[in-house]
Design a binder for this molecule. Structure first.
Ligand code: F0G
Length: 461
């Protein structure tokens, strides 16, 4: 393969390497996660990040239009002829002072990175374009994933466009309807497994081995290469200035892992001179990372790569033995055995990171603030805003710091949760206890103009 890239085992005691043309989701020698590594001296890097701006003038070229591939030198693993693009990454970093007030930072310091603008409505498309390019390169015909919904929607869309067969595993009753609708509409063969996401993840890995499917979950290291570019678009919009904080929801921990990798690489090749801090936010209903990083008994750390995996394995075993299952209205992050936990620990190490878990009521109040100020997002995304607010209250984020919250998915992905919040009528299996500070009840009126006028002129409470 004529590319300056290879696959490298993340286990410091293994460090096995593999060719880019292999489809692997774990190191065959030791089972740890793989990274895509570059021979940077052979990569045609720009002198400075702003050199990428030249591609704005050549947007008729599909790869220059893509918000992922216009940074292609920083993920240089695939010849152009294999690249599969759907115009992903036309997303927006927007200053939002209303949400800034809610979070408690100074005017002009709060930014929302809305990844809901992607072709399938979530950040996953950044990763999927990279994974599908690799799938095309290795000649894959059948692609598969386990999903809480967005991965399956994104996979289904890219597979439909690339002419591949898509197979998705979702937890029965655990997926928001907007996402299920997409998977079905794009023709994915959708298997509703009697279990939750973690069960689906385990089963899809077994099915991948048994049937030689191409797996596009975030254990696929190529997918994370695409997701790195979210950080580049944040930088671009800030005129290539590094913000102080990136706050991101944590589920399977692919996004946070990819962000940490991007910052480490940009620093290594000298395109930036400092990195932001990273905050990864769990739902309190699925708080594995928070528990393992913050409990005094575990204090799980990267430890120069020598991660104490016994702690992780013991926790997952405890979950099985006590039948501890995740439960949150933020169904996208209803995950309690995150497959990328070791890479996320590395990201936390690189970016002096912190982890927090927020109750669903806080997540939903934060979500409604994001809506109220004109952006909107799905519940899991708002964990970032709720998390930023908590870190501000704790004094960990300073009001003078520039904070970027990643909004991972579109507001219309999960209308049931939004309507449930505003009306108080949550779905039975997705009840949220606690105050709904910004609920906006629909007003019932008679089919009569006078009644309607009276209702309009009555200020809402
Ligand atoms: N936000 C949204 C909207 C998501 O869909 C996900 C993950 C996350 C946050 C968490 O990101 O896994 O990188 O930590 N959704 C996956 C799926 C698991 O199957 O769609 P992560």
């Amino acid at each position: 393969m004529d590319k300056p890239a290879f696959q490298l085992c993340t286990n410091p005691d293994c460090k096995s390497t593999y060719d880019i043309a292999q489809a692997l989701t774990a190191c065959p020698a030791c089972g740890w996660l793989l990274d895509i590594e570059y021979e940077w001296d052979k990569v045609p890097l720009p002198k400075k990040l702003s050199d990428f701006e030249a591609r704005w003038a050549t947007r008729r070229n599909t790869l220059d239009y893509s918000g992922v591939w216009r940074f292609r030198e920083l993920l240089d693993f695939c010849p152009d002829e294999y690249k599969v693009s759907q115009g992903e990454g036309q997303t927006l970093l927007q200053q939002c002072d209303g949400v800034g007030n809610y979070v408690g930072v100074k005017q002009g310091n709060l930014f929302l990175q809305y990844e809901g603008f992607n072709p399938s409505g979530s950040f996953k498309d950044n990763g999927m374009t990279a994974a599908f390019s690799h799938a095309a390169l290795v000649g894959a015909k059948r692609v598969a994933c386990a999903s809480t919904g967005n991965t399956s929607a994104s996979l289904a869309r890219y597979a439909a466009a690339a002419g591949m067969e898509s197979i998705v595993f979702v937890g029965s009753g655990r997926i928001a309807f907007g996402k299920l609708a997409q998977a079905l509409d794009y023709g994915a063969r959708t298997f509703q497994v009697a279990g939750d996401f973690d069960d689906c993840m385990a089963r899809v890995q077994e099915a991948t081995d048994a049937l030689n499917l191409y797996l596009v979950n975030s254990v696929n290291p190529f997918r994370l290469e695409g997701q790195k570019t979210i950080m580049l678009r944040v930088l671009e919009r800030l005129n290539w200035e590094v913000p102080d904080w990136i706050v991101v929801p944590g589920g399977n921990l692919g996004n946070s892992s990819s962000f940490g990798k991007m910052w480490a690489e940009l620093l290594k090749v000298g395109l930036i001179d400092r990195v932001p801090r990273l905050a990864v936010i769990n739902s309190a209903g699925a708080p594995t990372l928070d528990r393992l990083v913050n409990s005094p008994e575990t204090l799980l750390r990267y430890n120069g790569g020598r991660i104490n995996v016994d702690i992780i394995e013991a926790d997952y075993k405890w979950q099985d033995e006590t039948n501890t299952k995740p439960h949150t209205i933020a169904s996208a992050i209803e995950i309690s055995k995150p497959v990328n936990i070791t890479k996320c620990l590395r990201a936390l190490d690189v970016c002096d990171g912190v982890v927090r878990a927020l109750p669903d009521s806080e997540i939903m109040n934060a979500k409604s603030q994001v809506g109220l100020y004109g952006m909107g997002c799905e519940p899991a995304s708002a964990a970032s805003v709720a998390g930023a607010r908590l870190l501000r209250e704790e004094g960990i984020i300073d009001p003078n710091e520039r904070v970027v919250c990643i909004l991972t998915g579109h507001a219309l992905k999960d209308p049931n949760a939004t309507v449930g919040y505003h009306t108080g009528n949550y779905d039975a299996d997705h009840m949220v206890e606690g105050p709904r500070h910004f609920s906006n009840m629909p007003v019932a009126v008679a089919n009569d103009l006078d009644d309607i006028v009276r209702a309009i002129e009555t200020p809402s409470t």
